[in-house]
Design a protein around this ligand. Structure first.
Ligand code: NAD
Length: 715
């Protein structure tokens, strides 16, 4: 037995097989930090030198994690590119040594093998994984602004072929167990109960040169024709660069670095590829993009542990076994779909059977997506769908734990359903999915206001990762804790915000959209504005967003925001005119843009310009001015939300903006961007804008105070 209990690694020899087990103490997952390298080194030496050992098997001691990747906190401490390069080189050398062992090493994988973890597996001689939902493989480094740094950029293409490897490395996507086998990423797929037995047996066979159980990947004809010659590969690389440029807008250096590094390995050699990999890894590790993405990773992780209650307050959430959903429309169906996928029994209610039927169809369509992608089996699909029951009265509601209402956006209707729920369900918590009505106004009709709060989902519910939980002064701790815990159970990142018009996310969005409308009032073109903000890093421009959300929905919130906050939230003349014209946006194939019958976008609808104060006369605004005028009010409003206690922290404000409206992740969120720009600089820009356009750019009190004190939002 060899053991290092401080890092959690042990090596035990059993009938000639060295069983290496990794079980990092005090952590739910295994990570690779600088302390495990030397221990592995020692183990490899032992395997090599001990004649009694013929092969090795590498297993994890965790229930659902094999090796989850590098220790990100350690990566964060890298301050100079050479340090990152050195770290990468040491990982590469260690895995080179593993790959070069003359005794076979078998990776016996149950749980996630991510990043450095998958790189370890790729360096092993044989990979067996379990057929289990928790077993996923990925090289997710680009999602943190990095590239694989322990040989992954070289080993993966040589294992699964260039095109598949690019798809995995450039997106960082997860590969589920069932897909990993046909892809050639692993050699065997087994039931978790027999993983260790199969691995030990295979170790013995491979040690004796018996490869009969090993299925080698055979590249198809097309793959060989394209990948096995430099002309074909040049085409693949060019296409990949084009696609990355299109998807990232050039804002993220990591995927481009990955392409360079992989190409170098093909052009020259594995060794040259490794050197390039280490160099680029070092450069990326200190890049601003990597810092911001790592920050968001930690912010998300800390929110996963957040109960939503003030520090020191400990109230257990109620378990939600059964959920009631009111309204089988767009949002109600979306909420139902994510709830049944999380295993909750749902009662869905609407006014008529016809509406229920269309809601059911929408639920089914969402769940079916996973069946089509083979993420679930037919049986699992049927089981999931069987969790939904429908009703046009409140049958089946008596024992629901939580009700989420997504009925029409109308206070009287909200009051009516609240009263009905309080009558029919003696104990349920009542959550509203309203996007604009203050929760306290809804709670006014309640007999149990302590059990009323907002759960604001974003559309489409199954794709958007954010949930805003809105509490009033009367909301009880148990109610809050339950909504937060249940939101997390649905897979959402949850921020808790205080009640107020627009809550947080829609409130910071409003002045941004309005200012974009003002620029159109002044003659700027819709394309120019959309383009400038996509260039800034938003996934879509403001007018595309308005068309997607629906102009009727946007139109409802405008007056509410203006009533609450005055002139700075007044929708522009153009926005008001376009909304009044009855255009609905993409769903009705008519908005700021034109659409064909299938909803495909055709270009700006020039007739919009007739609705602007300056008519068809257009002028060009500089990109910088568009970005400045659109984004600064958003940042300023975010600071107001912090000052008023709408959000609890800059962290929540950053997460809300990035996950709720697609604020560019590489900028870290509004508060991170404020810090990066420098608060004094932002204040000066806002003051200048305020002088030009009185009433809309007045600097938030807290922003000016912090700028004066030179106190950034993130220390
Ligand atoms: P929708 O019109 O698609 O659905 C509303 C459904 O509620 C309809 O099927 C209607 O028949 C049903 N309904 C009305 N009164 C009812 C009652 N008394 N009992 C049972 N069912 C009733 O609307 P939607 O877009 O799903 O919006 C619903 C809620 O979600 C609104 O409060 C809206 O502000 C909010 N919201 C919408 C979005 C969005 O993008 N659409 C995003 C976040 C929040």
């Amino acid at each position: 037995l060899l053991e290092d209990s401080t890092v959690g690694l042990s090596l035990r020899v059993h009938e000639g097989i060295a069983l290496i087990a990794y079980d990092q103490p005090g952590s739910p997952v295994n990570t690779l930090n600088s302390r495990v390298g030397p221990v592995f080194e020692q183990f490899f030496l032992r395997i090599e030198q001990d004649a009694a050992i013929v092969a090795a098997v590498l297993v994890s001691g965790k229930t659902d994690s094999w090796i989850a990747g590098a220790d990100i906190e350690e990566l964060q401490r890298i301050t100079a590119p050479v340090d990152g390069e050195r770290l990468s080189r040491s990982g590469q050398l260690l895995l080179d040594r593993l790959a070069a062992l003359r005794k076979p090493v078998i990776a016996a994988i149950h749980g996630a093998a991510l990043g450095g973890g998958l790189e370890v597996a790729l360096a092993c001689h044989h990979r067996i994984i379990t057929d289990h939902a928790k077993t996923v493989l990925a090289l997710p480094e680009v999602q943190l602004g990095l590239i694989p740094g322990a040989g992954g950029t070289q080993r993966l293409p040589r294992t699964v072929g260039l095109q598949v490897a690019l798809d995995l490395i450039l997106t960082g996507k997860n590969v589920r167990a069932r897909k990993a086998l046909p892809m050639g990423l692993v050699h065997e797929l087994v039931h978790p109960a027999i993983l260790l037995d199969v691995a030990m047996q295979r170790a013995r066979q491979l040690a004796h040169g018996d490869r009969s159980a090993v299925r080698e990947r055979r590249p198809g004809l097309v793959e060989r024709a394209l990948e096995e010659n430099s002309v074909g590969r040049a085409i693949i690389f060019r296409k990949a660069r084009e696609s990355v440029t299109k998807k990232t807008g050039g804002h993220y250096p990591a995927p481009f670095a990955a392409l360079d590094v992989i190409e170098r390995g093909y052009r020259e050699s594995f060794a040259a590829g490794l050197l390039e990999e280490a160099k680029r890894f070092g450069e990326l590790a200190v890049s601003p993009e990597c810092r911001q993405l790592a920050y968001l990773f930690f912010a998300t992780t800390s929110l996963k542990k957040d109960t939503g209650l003030p520090a020191g307050q400990n109230v257990a959430p109620r378990a939600v076994h059964k959920l009631g959903v009111l309204g089988a429309g767009f949002m109600g169906a979306g909420i139902t779909a994510v709830a049944v996928q999380a295993g909750t029994v749902v009662r869905l209610k609407d006014g008529t059977v016809e509406r229920l039927a269309s809601g059911f169809k929408a639920v089914r369509d969402v769940v079916r997506e996973r069946l089509v992608k083979r993420q679930i089996t037919r049986v699992q699909f049927d089981d999931t769908m069987s969790l939904v029951g429908g009703t046009v009265d409140y049958r089946g509601f008596a024992n629901v734990d939580l009700v989420i209402e997504a009925v029409f956006e109308d206070l009287d209707v909200k009051h009516q359903v609240l009263r009905e729920v309080e009558e029919t369900t003696p104990a349920a918590i009542f959550a509203s999915n309203t996007s604009t009505i203050p929760i306290r106004d809804i709670a006014r009709a309640a007999k149990r206001p302590e059990q009323v709060l907002g759960m604001h989902f974003f559309s489409p519910v199954h794709r958007m990762p954010l949930l805003e939980v809105i509490v009033t002064p009367e909301t009880s701790a148990e109610t809050t804790a339950t909504a937060v815990a249940y939101g997390k159970q649905l897979g959402k990142t949850v921020i808790v915000v205080q009640d107020g018009a627009g809550f947080y996310v829609n409130r910071i969005l409003a002045p941004y959209l309005n200012e974009c409308g003002r620029m159109v009032d002044e003659g700027a073109s819709i394309e120019d504005i959309d383009k400038a903000l996509v260039q800034f890093g938003f996934p879509v421009g403001p007018f595309t967003l308005l068309d997607e959300v629906g102009l009727d929905i946007a139109g409802k919130s405008g007056p509410i925001m203006e009533a609450a906050f005055g002139p700075r939230m007044q929708p522009s003349a153009t926005l008001r005119a376009v909304i009044a014209s009855g255009r609905l946006g993409r769903k009705a194939r008519k908005g700021f843009y034109r659409y064909d019958a299938d909803g495909k976008r055709q270009g700006v609808d020039d007739s919009i310009y007739a609705m602007t104060p300056v008519g068809a006369r257009r002028r060009t605004l500089p990109v910088e001015e568009i970005q400045q005028r659109a984004v600064l009010p958003l940042l300023n409003e975010a600071v107001r939300c912090l000052d008023e206690g709408i959000i609890r922290s800059p962290r929540d404000g950053d997460i809300g903006a990035v996950f709720g409206i697609g604020f560019p992740p590489f900028r870290g969120g509004p508060f991170r961007l404020l810090d990066t720009m420098g608060l004094a600089n932002v204040v000066a820009q806002l003051d200048a804008l305020h002088a030009r356009f009185p009433g809309r750019f007045e600097v938030a009190k807290l922003l000016r105070a912090r700028a004066d004190r030179q106190q950034p939002f993130h220390p």
